[in-house]
Write a protein that binds this ligand. Sequence first.
Ligand code: HEM
Length: 413
Amino acid sequence: MQTLAELDLPHLEMEDPAFARDPFSRFNEARAKHPWLATSKLGLVITQYQAMRDLLGQDDKLRPPYEDIVGVLGMEGTPWGRFTQEQLISLPETQHRFLRDTFAAKFTPRFANQLRPMMRQTVSRLLDNWAPKGKIDFEEFSSHFPISVMFALVGAPQEGIALLRDDLEAIGLAHSYELDRFPRIQEGMVRLDDFVQKVIADRRANPHAEAEDLLDLLIETSDGGDVSHRQLVDLIMFFFIAGYDTSKNVLTYTMYTLLDYPEIYARCADDHEYCRKVIEEALRWFNPGTLGRIVADDIEFRGVLLPKDQMLFFPLSISGRDPGTFPDADTFDPDRVIDPQKRQIAFALGKHMCLGQYIARAQLQEALHQIAQRIRHPRQAGEVGFRPFWGTWGLKGLPIEFEPGEAKVLEGA
Ligand code: HEM
């Protein structure tokens, strides 16, 4: 068995702004030097799709790093630090399993399907404002969508969206680990906490006769499942944070990609079923996440010792473009044949696999179908920027121009 010191590993400068512009070629170069492992400023990076799958399959030997990261950043006792250490994903094994099992039974494809009419109405209302303009920053437009859906899911008045959107935008950059961002992040965490507390208090004061939305479901489940008020607040905060720039960045990058595939885009306007395939391919093509994990117990993997306490990063974001797994990895093809063992892993794998994945897929599919009807023949109309690769990667700004189109009758509205 080889130790890490015996390996000659490639180094990835993931903090370099130029890296965020084109990480795919950097990962291809790294894999040419070592098939699945590289170093970075903050820890080892698993560079190959199959190695990510195999290691995440052993997640009993890995633990989430958030507690440690809060310590390293010196953020203990701050609003962000407290939340990050106590959020669902950081909880000790038994508490995590209890909470996850309590809520996972509800986060089914069926539940997500029930939300589709609301999602259609939400995106359609947004498009009523944005589509007539003919020229927009698509990233800004798409930043309104997941948050509007979350507001509808918890029955909160839409006027609060603008402020909270800016807060979520700031909070979403926490895992770029840049200390000067934190004063703004802390401010946002306090406001998000207050907002969620108020939403819960309002609903408890004015309960619906029957469970109608996600908030009813969460309150009902937490009351019946012995979940504390603090845990309920943290969970709803987590949904806002986990669901915001993940979905926004996927939607924005999907549009960016489809600018080069006008026939696929045009078909999305007419064919709802096809939008499902396009979104599945979009999640392979691009996704925003890089997971961090700490080795909890020595792991021997492919003849290499990954020692206890070693920090590992799993850039799910680029995993779908690994040419060793995906033939023609750099061709966007919604009709590609998918081997069930080689599905995209944008939502991770194992015990922390995304709880919101069915909601995320449904809202992206519904959004794409409506957008393709109302934003016709989009063209890029300016430069795009990129967010830091660590944390929640994606585009910063996507100026487009287009011809406004007619909405079709909303199915199920
Ligand atoms: C395209 C959009 C999304 C992507 C790519 C995504 C991706 C992920 C990933 C990679 C994880 C694992 C994180 C880790 O293990 O460190 C995760 C966890 C999670 N996500 Fe998502 N997510 C998305 C949307 C959402 C939405 C809309 C919600 C809520 C409605 C949500 C709720 C959660 C929750 C609760 C967890 C934690 C599960 C656990 O620890 O047991 N996500 N997500």
